[in-house]
Design a protein. Structure first.
Length: 210
């Protein structure tokens, strides 16, 4: 997976309104560690040469810029989750609003199964860029692939960059649906464990040739 793909994904999420004010960050696992977007650079101006490659413990292996302040978050996820090939962190508006209420997303729609868990939890709060935040995110993720970061945003991982990006987009969609229900004074009818298991089974063959 090239740096160009990482830049393209960052720009697409930025254009969708998921990365306001140069917020958010994306990374890809590499043979030596991971490639991550740099700190404080508008995505529209970013090129592959601006990306920074870090070792698992955060040493700069390649790149001339300062890495994202959230590099510890990405490093901790890669260390804890061998299945993670990419990590996407956004500040998408609806999911971030729920994170500010420290409210998880319950199983209100079958697409939540993409996250690999019955719910999308919200982590404990910790200051951005800290080891404490990284620890809180890993704990909230558990075996799932997405969580909200309290008073902060969203983190999603995937077996590919495309999967991580798609999941970050779906978390925002689910958060919007949940907020619409709450605004209408309605309580969602939540899916059961058995119903979600059936969805997961359907997903296993989804998109494959007949």
């Amino acid at each position: 997976m090239s740096g160009a793909a990482l830049i393209a994904a960052a720009r697409a999420l930025d254009a969708a309104g998921f990365m306001p004010g140069k917020s958010g960050n994306l990374s890809l696992r590499t043979d030596r560690g991971f490639l991550i977007t740099p700190a404080g650079l508008p995505y529209a101006e970013m090129t592959a040469e601006d990306l920074v490659e870090l070792s698992p413990d955060g040493r700069v292996l390649a790149g001339r810029r300062r890495p994202s302040s959230e590099w510890r978050l990405h490093a901790a996820i890669y260390a804890a989750r061998p299945d993670a090939a990419a990590v996407v962190h956004t500040h998408s508006p609806h999911a971030t609003a729920l994170s500010c209420a420290r409210r998880e997303i319950p199983p209100l729609h079958y697409m939540i199964a993409l996250a690999g868990a019955r719910r999308i939890p919200c982590s404990a709060y910790a200051t951005f860029g800290t080891a404490e935040l990284a620890t809180a995110a890993v704990a909230a993720l558990g075996g799932g692939r997405a969580c909200l970061l309290a008073n902060h945003g969203v983190v999603a991982l995937g077996e590919s960059l495309a999967a991580a990006e798609a999941l970050a987009r779906e978390v925002e969609n689910l958060a919007r649906q949940y907020l619409l229900l709450l605004a209408a004074g309605l309580a969602p009818a939540l899916l059961s464990e058995a119903e979600l298991a059936a969805v997961a089974e359907q997903f296993r063959g989804y998109g494959r040739p007949a």
